[in-house]
Design a binder for this molecule. Structure first.
Ligand SMILES: Nc1nc2c(ncn2[C@@H]2O[C@H](COP(=O)(O)OP(=O)(O)OP(=O)(O)O)[C@@H](O)[C@H]2O)c(=O)[nH]1
Ligand SMILES: [Mg+2]
Length: 342
């Protein structure tokens, strides 16, 4: 690694690491190439960047050639993408309909949903994307569903708590996702440090398999207005105390509100408001960042050149006093207000 790479180069490299689409990756690599110091010591690196650009271009072209419309690819929107997955008739579409305003088909017969459909769920000052999917069964998953699941930020495993099959639904759904390495069996990670409810929290897998992430998930026991649901939930909790199981009925607004909050918490994100010097903060549209993000991450989220120009930042909220000047590696907290000075 040549020693004299500039902050501009590091900024572009960071943008490359964060890029999620081929277009974004190419753009960041081109920026890396533009700002890299041109001398003998960086020749190999320049060659490597050029190779990566041409490989990505090829990939992009292949995609458009073979591509066309793929209904199982759901473009991400909002503060996070949450995908519901489960047996037929477990109430996936009903939940998406009641939490968002998406017009999805709901019926009391199985296999009502044939392709994924998305809607936006309001939660306080942000919108979270909820994706309804066609069901899986003991015979497996519809082709394409696995990709929808893998691309998401959080899974909701729906189990019909009013059904005599609920245990089978639970075990089968879990085992299919485990077998495909979408989620991770990690019983010990059930309780998150500092949790006071005594309930298992969303599994937040730290592990990665071959560059692929394991997804966090919540188990949603649906139809709690059904007379058998209380007993079924009790049994599921006894048998699987390690699981983050949350009961909900589309007819109970307090359970739906609790679920919205749980989804936000499980996404492990935070909202940061920005303000210009001497002006009031923009409290309408927060930046959404992963929990644990720093002032520098915020600067990147605003513009990838921003970190280079950043002189200092002031924070209202988590800091010891209002308007405290903090360093670029200061770890922000949900609902902090930040003034970035260039
Ligand atoms: N009583 C009650 N019924 C519900 C609830 N949620 C869903 N249902 C009913 O359960 C049936 C199936 O609901 P859907 O939302 O279509 O289920 P789904 O999981 O999307 O089904 P597929 O698309 O076939 O996978 C419908 O008759 C719904 O009205 C609930 O909370 N309480
Ligand atoms: Mg459905």
């Amino acid at each position: 690694m040549p020693a004299n790479l500039t902050p501009q180069y590091h900024a572009a490299e960071e943008a490359y690491r964060r890029a999620t689409t081929i277009e974004e990756k190419i753009e960041a690599l081109q920026e890396m190439l533009a700002v890299i110091p041109k001398h003998k010591g960086t020749e190999r690196l320049q060659g490597d960047i050029k190779r990566r650009i041409s490989k990505l271009r090829e990939e992009g072209q292949k995609k458009t050639r073979t591509g066309g419309y793929n209904p199982f690819h759901v473009e991400k929107q909002g503060a996070g993408q949450v995908v519901l997955v489960g047996y037929p008739n477990t109430g996936k579409s009903s939940l998406v309909a009641v939490l968002t305003r998406a017009k999805v088909k709901i019926a009391d017969y199985p296999f009502t949903t044939a392709v994924p459909a998305a809607g936006m769920m309001p939660y306080e000052d942000i919108l979270i994307q909820m994706v309804d999917t066609p069901p899986l069964t003991a015979e497996g998953m519809p082709p394409g569903l696995l990709n929808t699941l893998r691309g998401s930020d959080l899974l909701l495993l729906t189990i019909d708590a009013g059904s005599a099959d609920c245990l089978e639904q639970l075990e089968e759904t879990l085992s299919q996702l485990l077998a495909r390495k979408v989620i991770l069996e990690n019983k010990s990670s059930g309780a998150v440090e500092g949790a006071t409810t005594g309930e298992a929290e969303a599994h937040q897998p730290a592990d990665k398999a071959f560059g692929r992430r394991y997804l966090p998930y919540l188990v949603i026991a649906t139809k709690t207005d059904h007379p058998d649901s209380a007993e079924n939930i009790k049994i599921m909790r006894e048998l699987r105390p390690d699981l983050p199981l949350y009961p909900v009925s589309v007819h109970k607004s307090e359970e739906l509100e609790a679920l919205r909050a749980k989804i936000f918490e499980a996404l492990q994100i935070m909202r940061i408001f920005t303000k210009a010097p001497g002006k009031p903060p923009d409290t309408e549209t927060p930046f959404v960042l992963k929990k644990g993000s720093t002032v520098l991450d915020l600067a990147f989220a605003i513009h990838r050149d921003f970190p280079n120009r950043l002189k200092n930042a002031r924070v209202w909220g988590s800091s010891r006093f209002d308007g405290q000047v903090v360093s670029r590696d200061y770890v922000l907290e949900d609902r902090d207000i930040v003034e970035l000075n260039v």
